[in-house]
Write a protein that binds this ligand. Structure first.
Ligand SMILES: Nc1ncnc2c1ncn2[C@@H]1O[C@H](COP(=O)(O)OP(=O)(O)O)[C@@H](O)[C@H]1O
Ligand SMILES: [Mg+2]
Length: 390
């Protein structure tokens, strides 16, 4: 460092001082007083002006050369002629937050806090100027704060109206789905009845009735899918937790799928203990139905399904294991996500929407339980759900 360098002209000093935000509003006489305090300094290339952690004692303005602002070895930025650094050291003596390194021979003006403080106590205009600056800053801050508050209010209002709209949409979907499903199912039953008594139908009439049944089936599936989407949006507050005996619920689920199981000539092995857990009966029923219907749907005819209920680590475990194609590691990542129809395809023409497992996950987690799948591709899949014992 060398402070015997030739002096910077006063006009340059004044222009440079204006660049320091704290002084930008000051008039010339006050600026001149500050300019008198500026010290010309020179640093050789490769030297530090100050280091991170040093006590801040002055502000600097570069008149020639450039510096890098560094945090250890990381260069945060580079500054050149006319740039200012260390501004806040005029007000307080907090430690420097970065180091300043001379990238080439450097000429800078230094304004020391002690002499500036002395000037500040003597000079009313600088005091006023600074107060003015701070008041303006506070005002700007208030305006920003108000804008922010307004925007926050607006966002909250938009969120509320979106929630309202979503509720309306769900309500409407519910009405449509429920009210459509009944007449659709009865039309489907009627069409099937007609077909079963079709001895007198000619070929064209047979094509028609088959077409009608196929379309109606598609419509029923679509409506079911809408109902599934609605189920997915179910919220915590609709949960009705109670102490439930699990083996009974599992047996009931199994009974309701008996005809599908027989149609596919599957063998089901039940191994259930009597275990109680705090769950929502309806939600758990849907979880079990989805897992069992998958095991049935993706099993080739003639295979076995194992349904177990046991206690491990103080938790009730329900396992549904099949001998179907299993889940590949690629599919494993997408399992439990919405609308995922993965590699395994139904083996008996069953419908697939890819929503079942996302409902399983959603409901299980709502009931504070866990669900996962263990599978070796080609060797079947085992889905396990656990709940805290009641
Ligand atoms: N037990 C299983 N064995 C093999 N694959 C399965 C099994 N259960 C689910 N999968 C795969 O995960 C996908 C998503 O399942 P799910 O969400 O229940 O939808 P869906 O039953 O409507 O197809 C299925 O399409 C299937 O590819
Ligand atoms: Mg399913």
């Amino acid at each position: 460092m060398n402070d015997n360098t030739s002096e910077t002209p006063i006009s340059t000093k004044l222009t440079l001082l204006k660049r320091i935000q704290l002084f930008s509003d000051l008039h010339k006489p006050a600026l001149k007083k500050i300019a008198d305090l500026l010290e010309d300094m020179e640093y050789q290339k490769g030297h530090y002006v100050f280091k991170k952690g040093d006590e801040g004692d002055a502000v600097f303005i570069i008149t020639e050369g450039s510096v890098s602002v560094k945090d250890e070895d990381l260069v945060l930025s580079t500054l050149g002629e006319g740039d200012v650094f260390g501004e806040y050291a005029l007000i307080d003596n907090k430690a420097r937050s970065a180091s300043i390194f001379a990238e080439e021979t450097l000429r800078i003006l230094r304004l020391d806090r002690t002499s500036f403080s002395r000037l500040l106590t003597e000079n009313k205009e600088i005091q006023h100027g600074l107060l003015h600056l701070f008041v303006n800053r506070l005002r700007e801050h208030d305006v920003l704060e108000k804008q922010l508050a307004d925007q926050t209010k607006q966002i909250i209002r938009q969120k509320e109206s979106l929630e309202e709209l979503n509720k309306e949409k769900n309500h409407l979907m519910g009405i449509i789905a429920h009210d459509l499903r009944n007449p659709l199912s009865s039309t489907l039953s009627l069409a099937e009845l007609m077909k079963s008594e079709s001895e007198n139908f000619d070929e064209d009439q047979m094509i028609c009735i088959n077409g009608i049944i196929k379309s109606l089936n598609r419509m029923v599936n679509m409506v079911d899918r809408i109902l599934d989407v609605k189920a997915l949006e179910a919220k915590q507050d609709q949960l009705n937790l109670e102490k439930v005996e699990l083996s009974e619920l599992i047996k009931n689920t199994y009974e309701s799928y008996k005809s599908k199981i027989e149609n596919k000539k599957l063998k089901v092995h039940l191994n259930l203990n009597t275990i109680h857990a705090r769950v929502d009966r309806q939600y758990l029923l849907q979880v079990l139905e989805n897992l069992l219907s998958n095991a049935i749907k993706f099993s080739p005819p003639g295979k076995s399904i194992f349904i177990n209920l046991w206690i491990h680590d103080g938790k009730a475990h329900i396992g549904i294991k099949d001998e179907g194609p299993g889940i590949s590691s690629d599919d494993h990542k997408k399992l439990f996500h919405k609308f995922q129809q993965l590699s395994a395809k139904p083996t008996g023409g069953e419908s697939s929407t890819g929503l079942g497992l996302s409902i399983v996950k959603k409901y299980t987690e709502l009931m504070k339980g866990n669900v996962w799948c263990e599978s070796e591709p080609g060797k079947g899949a085992k889905f396990v759900v656990t709940f805290k014992k009641a």
